[in-house]
Design a protein around this ligand. Structure first.
Ligand code: NAD
Length: 451
């Protein structure tokens, strides 16, 4: 049995059967059986099924949001936004069934054309921080491209994935096209990685497990996409709109209680603006409402587990705490939003992904040092640059080694734009048209016409 906890109360909120190797193999077999018919479906029919699923998810948005808010400990307003994105992601990729185009290439003696073919059965392994959102980024393009899937959600947050499977069947997705196995990563996840009938693994999670998956997938030459950890920089130059940067910086690191791969947890501030920035930051952090995820006014909930709280605590040395927000006492895995300042970019808290509500404020001198510090990490997922100098903003945006960067903003993710990491933050891209490359193979066909 999987005992699913509610992080705000530390109480069990659901129990469900735990899948193992046998259930994983059965799910792969069902996906394999369903593949030929799903792949052969006319593109407009496949699109219609996926549009139907998008509508069904939209109709269930509130129920799913409440379930996700309780199970992942995220504020209901955030969960509602995420479930809206889930429906939008299915709607966006539904259309892709009809615009997954090939090329024609001029060659001698005939016609050369390319086709985008599905891969077959794909294994999708997802984390606990944005459970259904990240699942949708994988399931929707995979199905649109004609694959069938086995989805393994994180053990801590399987509930919305189980709901997705039910909603999909009710919406008319044929049996076996989407299969959910809720079980341990080291058993079900690993089995998917090893399984000879699984053509590809799309994984989101820690860099450590990602490394193991890449090594395991090599055995059967599986395609692999990896969305991994981050330690992103929020670079604030002295000539920026400091009020706007300080108003935005807390949510960019404390959103989802800091359990966000895109968290801009290294706030690099030009030394001459440091005092003013901290002065502006303090009331914003202190006023953050941390509490019950189902309360409409909450902006930050608890951490996902007691283990996570212990890990996060190990990075906080009271001598370096410049600002500490509030958090409820008592049951639940609470941790206050915490700002460490000033911190060196080499300190452990600045170098490692904490995955909790802890921000490091790091001073720098000038553009060259800002870029050097931003790049001095094994990661390269997201980041921001704040300045009123447009040319400097673009120079920095080009120079920072990261997959996603915002100028005078801290946003990272849109359904229609590519998302993914440089360096040890991952391989491949999700979202936007780019995700379809990861769920299809290019086939080149030459037709000799004799002239
Ligand atoms: P995790 O790596 O512990 O687990 C992720 C998934 O992998 C879970 O479903 C887990 O059961 C499974 N898993 C664990 N061991 C496995 C194995 N040996 N073989 C196959 N599967 C296995 O990550 P987590 O703790 O759930 O999530 C937090 C991490 O995810 C953070 O590092 C975060 O940065 C990263 N993340 C990255 C992105 C991104 O898009 N780049 C998004 C969200 C989270």
């Amino acid at each position: 049995m999987i005992r699913v906890l509610e992080p705000a109360t530390a109480q069990v909120m659901a129990e469900l059967p735990q899948a193992g190797v046998e259930e994983t193999d059965a799910a792969v077999a069902r996906a394999r059986e369903a593949y030929p018919a799903w792949r052969a479906l006319d593109p407009d029919e496949r699109a219609n099924v996926l549009y139907g699923l998008a509508d069904a998810l939209r109709a269930k948005q509130e129920d799913l949001a409440r379930l996700e808010a309780r199970n992942a400990g995220k504020p209901i307003s955030d969960a509602r936004g995420e479930m809206g994105m889930v429906a939008d992601t299915f709607r966006y990729y539904a259309g892709a069934s009809e615009w997954l185009l090939g090329d024609t290439i001029p060659v001698a003696g005939g016609v050369d054309m390319t086709f985008r073919e599905p891969l077959g059965v794909v294994g999708l392994i997802t984390p606990w921080n944005f459970p259904l959102t990240i699942a949708s980024w994988k399931v929707a393009p995979a199905l649109a491209a004609g694959n069938t899937v086995v989805l393994k959600p994180a053990e801590l947050t399987p509930l919305t994935a189980v709901e997705l499977e039910k909603i999909a069947l009710e919406a008319g997705l044929p049996e076996g096209v989407l299969n959910v196995v809720a079980g341990p990563g080291s058993v079900c996840g690993q089995r998917l990685v090893e399984h000879p009938d699984v053509a590809k693994i799309a994984f989101t999670g820690s860099t450590e497990v990602g490394r193991r998956i890449a090594a395991g997938a090599a055995e059967t030459i599986k395609r692999v996409t990896l969305e991994l950890g981050g330690k992103s920089a929020n670079v604030i130059f002295a000539d920026a709109d400091l009020e706007a940067a300080a108003a935005s910086a807390p949510i960019a690191v404390f959103g989802n209680a800091g359990q966000d791969c895109c968290a801009r947890s290294r706030i690099l501030v030009e030394r001459s603006a440091m005092d003013r920035f901290l002065e502006l930051l303090e009331p914003v952090v202190r006023d953050m409402r941390v509490g019950d995820p189902l309360d409409e006014g909450t902006v930050m909930g608890p951490l996902i587990s007691e283990d996570q709280r212990e890990t996060v605590s190990s990075y906080v040395d009271d001598d370096h705490v410049a600002i500490r927000g509030s958090a409820p006492e008592g049951e639940g895995f609470w941790f206050p939003p915490t700002v460490l300042a000033p911190v060196s970019n080499k300190d452990r808290a600045a170098a490692e992904e904490i995955f909790g509500p802890v921000a490091c404020v790091i001073p720098f001198e000038g553009e060259a040092e800002a870029i050097e510090m931003a790049n001095d990490t094994i990661y390269g997922l997201s980041g921001s640059v704040w300045t009123r100098d447009g040319a400097k903003a673009l120079r920095a945006a080009r120079a920072i080694e990261t997959g996603v960067l915002s100028i005078n903003s801290n946003t990272s993710v849109r359904v229609s734009t590519p998302f993914g990491g440089f360096k040890q933050s991952g391989v491949g891209r999700e979202l936007g048209p780019h995700a379809l490359d990861a769920y299809s193979e290019v086939k080149n066909v030459y037709y000799a016409t004799g002239g």
